[in-house]
Design a protein around this ligand. Structure first.
Ligand code: NAP
Length: 348
């Protein structure tokens, strides 16, 4: 695949599928060759909109298409296991949207499938591919702020989201945590790894999904992370990393920053800004580039978005759901909410 375009198949035709396809089309070394939807009409409309040659009205046809290098799965999280699994079974490489799956059991199944087949699999955690986030991690790893003591990160949207919206629908893995909370949790774990303990509280909707969740993650080193997510309030969406020798503040949009400020004890603040050559803010091109780089290198996992990291994040999301009492339809009792539930703060 060295010098050729990477041929992409798109599975689902919703909001992020359109955004990612638009960014792929801008890349000279990517080609979008097929799209699949649950309906032929939606696949046809999407194909016409983006000039995609092949449009399928079911996922199987895409899975059986042999002229594809990688499939991008962009369904709601509740369907990630089925859609990504179908494509992996058929021998495809897969980039799968976040949250990677509903729970860590499903995530482990997908990872085992990909590893057994020697196929590439990556969670679409585009934050990990962002050049400024990579810079921040390198600074922290190099000891710029000393030993990390605390991470704060939040992601809340004001909505309002009507009950029929996927974010409110338990059958689609709704709630703030899997859709938005995955970013603060992934940010904390990028810097500190998997926590040793998790506590959490939430306000739940009448449908039983979390409207907002606050979690405290802790590590044996003594480090803590305070993470918050919401679908009922627009938060600052900022992050801050405090260490024994300083602090890094990432303002609004910490998961796709255009700048951050490094405060080293005893020194003037240093501002780091995005390189205009890295493209427009919010572009998904860095994630696409990482997939294509890995495929050309013959790698089955991305070092930037490692599968073990994805599994560790899914375990934390499971633990938070256990504490707040959210279980999705079809989940076994030991998945998601346990029997010893902490009560929700404000039933809604
Ligand atoms: N990376 C990011 O920045 C980002 C941003 C937003 C969302 N996401 C993630 O991307 C995924 C999709 O989010 P979205 O905002 O694009 O949602 P969306 O606009 O609702 O689109 C989801 C698409 O999936 C298909 N679908 C809907 N219900 C389904 C079901 N029950 N089973 C299977 N397929 C179904 C539909 O496509 P068809 O009608 O064609 O089947 C629908 O258009 C979520 O996991 C979300 O967390 C990521």
């Amino acid at each position: 695949m060295a010098e050729q375009s990477v041929r992409w198949g798109i599975l689902a035709t919703g909001g992020i599928a359109a955004a990612f396809t638009a960014d792929l089309i801008d890349l000279s070394d990517a080609e979008v060759v097929a799209v699949a939807s649950r309906s032929q009409a939606s696949a046809d409309a999407f194909a016409e909109r983006f000039g995609i040659p092949r449009a399928y009205g079911d996922w199987d046809a895409l899975a059986q298409d042999g002229d594809i290098d990688v499939v991008y799965v962009a369904t709601p999280h509740s369907a990630h296991r089925a859609a990504a699994g179908l494509c992996l079974e058929a021998g495809h490489n897969v980039l799968c949207e976040k949250a990677f799956t509903l729970n860590s059991r499903e995530a482990e199944e997908l990872v085992a499938l990909a590893r057994a087949r020697g196929s590439f699999l990556m969670e679409a955690m585009w934050m990990y591919c962002n050049p400024l986030v990579r810079r921040l991690k390198a600074l922290v790893d190099d000891g710029a702020i000393g030993e990390v003591r605390h991470v704060q990160a939040d992601f809340g949207l004001a909505g309002p989201f009507p009950p029929a919206h996927r974010l409110r629908d338990p059958a689609q893995g709704g709630g703030a945590l899997l859709d938005l909370g995955v970013y603060p949790v992934s940010f904390a774990q990028l810097l500190l790894g998997e926590p040793s303990d998790v506590t959490a509280r939430a306000a739940l909707s009448a449908e039983g999904v979390d409207l907002q969740t606050g979690a405290l993650l802790s590590w044996d080193s003594g480090a803590l992370a305070s993470v918050h997510c919401s679908i009922v309030g627009g938060t600052a969406t900022s992050a801050s990393v405090t260490g024994s020798g300083g602090r890094i503040d990432v303002p609004n949009g910490f998961f796709f920053p255009d700048r951050f400020v490094l405060h080293r004890d005893g020194r003037d603040p240093e501002e780091f800004t995005a390189d205009p050559a890295d493209g427009p803010r919010g572009s998904l091109r860095h994630e696409a580039a990482e997939v294509m780089r890995a495929l050309r290198a013959g790698e089955t996992e991305s070092a930037l978005v490692p599968l073990d990291g994805t599994l560790a994040v899914m375990r934390t999301l499971d633990a938070i759901r256990d504490r707040i009492g959210v279980r999705y339809p079809g989940e076994a009792p030991e998945e998601g909410a346990g029997d010893d539930l902490a009560p929700a703060l404000t039933p809604a």
